[in-house]
Design a protein around this ligand. Structure first.
Ligand code: DSN
Length: 428
């Protein structure tokens, strides 16, 4: 279970041991957290390079410290690759995270106190979309929209974003910015729906593409680039790069966005992470990645179907992207998201509890479970394995009080993961 940098960590056996343990955990248990993935060894090598030593406040050609000629080439390559990948006019690859990218976008477009219309956290939005716990809500005035049941004549088909509510709130509140994007929403978000509302009220429009960024890059989700004024995202979810963030925008907003990231919000950029982002952007601009993105979506659909057959209800009635949000209450009214997460952990299946719309339980307990297919698709799993995973999850949840059954499911999980090793390069 070695990793590439192990030889250098022999001087720190405590950390080396923990990294090896974590590598083993990732290789022998199922990784179903919708915001995670397995980066390539090349991405990891760039992250662990000498670029971590360099201070480079500023931007290529305009740095505050000397010695940045090579760093400039690295960051330029990352920016050019990112623009090419998404067909964008301008790219900023310095945000340390998605939260920073969002805050920088707000800073670029707004003044403190301005109104932002965004999706509420417990409906599937993100902390930085105005949660009371987030700094964003202390700087800006947020108005929130949520989901609504969509039905045909006979059936409720599932919860979808309430675009009528978005429009009504936009007309009533006249926000300066409308934000699309979510962390726990399984349906396609079409940027054009928001653009027309933003235009109607004269608002900027930002698309937070943290979750679908890789699907967009791979052509498996419609692109908001060229429709939204600003697109923010993380590089480590479906895009399969290192942990970090990025921003795309029109040339007209480039100066404002760049100044908001630095010096507005951050100090020295993490050029080792930027080099790793460049590696990931190159990897994502390939036919192989396009196939990968489509397989992620097919796998989520297969997982959702199989779980529906097992008696779970899917929030939104299904999935168009890489994630499935389960309503546990129809499966077992007593089962909370927290208990489900813990039982699955014991069975070697890693996922996260999640609130469901209008959840009666607290965000720490929850009535839902979020699953994603990005990581195990990278490991090579397909639709057949998704059906197997649905069955393993169901059995683990039914046997949640039986430690010996959970241990035996864990053995089955390890056998499955043994056939789909994300890091065969590391050896046994
Ligand atoms: N923590 C991320 C997620 O899991 O979706 C959002 O920031």
């Amino acid at each position: 279970m070695a990793f590439d940098g192990e030889q250098w960590l022999s001087k720190d056996p405590e950390i080396a041991r923990l990294i090896n343990q974590e590598t083993k955990r990732q290789r022998t248990t199922l990784q179903l957290i919708a915001s995670e993935n397995f980066t390539s060894p090349a991405v990891m090598a760039a992250t662990g390079s000498t670029l971590t030593n360099k201070y480079s406040e500023g931007y290529p050609g305009r740095r505050y410290y000397g010695g940045n000629q090579i760093i400039d080439e690295v960051e330029d390559l990352a920016r050019e690759r990112l623009k090419a990948l998404f067909g964008a006019e301008h790219a900023n690859v310095q945000p340390h995270s998605g939260a920073n990218a969002n805050l920088a976008a707000y800073m670029a477009l707004l003044d403190p106190g301005d109104t932002i219309l965004a999706m509420r956290l417990d409906q599937g939005g993100h902390l930085t979309h105005g949660s009371p716990a987030s700094l964003t809500s202390k700087i800006y005035h947020f108005v929130s929209y949520g989901l609504t049941p969509r039905s045909n004549d006979a059936d409720i088909l599932g919860e979808v974003i309430d675009l009528d509510q978005v429009r009504d709130l936009a007309l009533a509140e006249r926000p300066k910015l409308i934000v699309a994007g979510a962390t726990a929403y399984a349906r396609t978000i079409d940027a054009r729906d928001y653009r027309s509302i933003a235009d109607e009220v004269g608002a900027y429009f930002m698309f937070d593409a943290a979750h679908p960024a890789g699907l967009i890059a791979g052509g498996a989700h419609p692109s908001p680039v060229g429709i939204a004024d600003v697109v923010t995202f993380t590089t480590h979810k479906t895009l399969r790069g290192p942990r970090g963030g990025a921003i795309l925008c029109r040339e007209a907003l480039a100066k404002k966005v760049d100044s908001a990231v630095f010096p507005g919000l951050q100090g020295g950029p993490l050029e080792h992470a930027i080099a790793a982002k460049a590696v990931a952007f190159k990897e994502a601009n390939t036919p192989a990645f396009e196939s990968y993105a489509h397989q992620v979506v097919a796998n989520a659909a297969a997982l959702g179907h199989a779980l529906t057959r097992e008696g779970f209800r899917l929030i939104s009635g299904g999935t168009d992207n890489h994630l499935v949000l389960l309503d546990l209450t129809t499966f077992d009214g007593e089962l909370t998201g927290k208990e489900a997460q813990e039982a699955m952990d014991a069975a070697g299946i890693t996922a996260n509890r999640n609130t469901i719309p209008d959840d009666p339980r607290s965000p720490f307990i929850t009535s839902g479970l979020r699953l994603g297919t990005a990581a195990e698709t990278t490991a090579g799993m397909g639709c057949d394995e998704m059906a197997t995973i649905a069955s393993l999850i169901t059995r683990a949840l039914r046997a949640r009080h039986d430690l010996s059954q959970l241990a035996s499911i864990r053995d089955e999980v390890a056998a499955l993961c043994g056939r789909f090793d994300p890091y065969p390069e590391f050896g046994a």
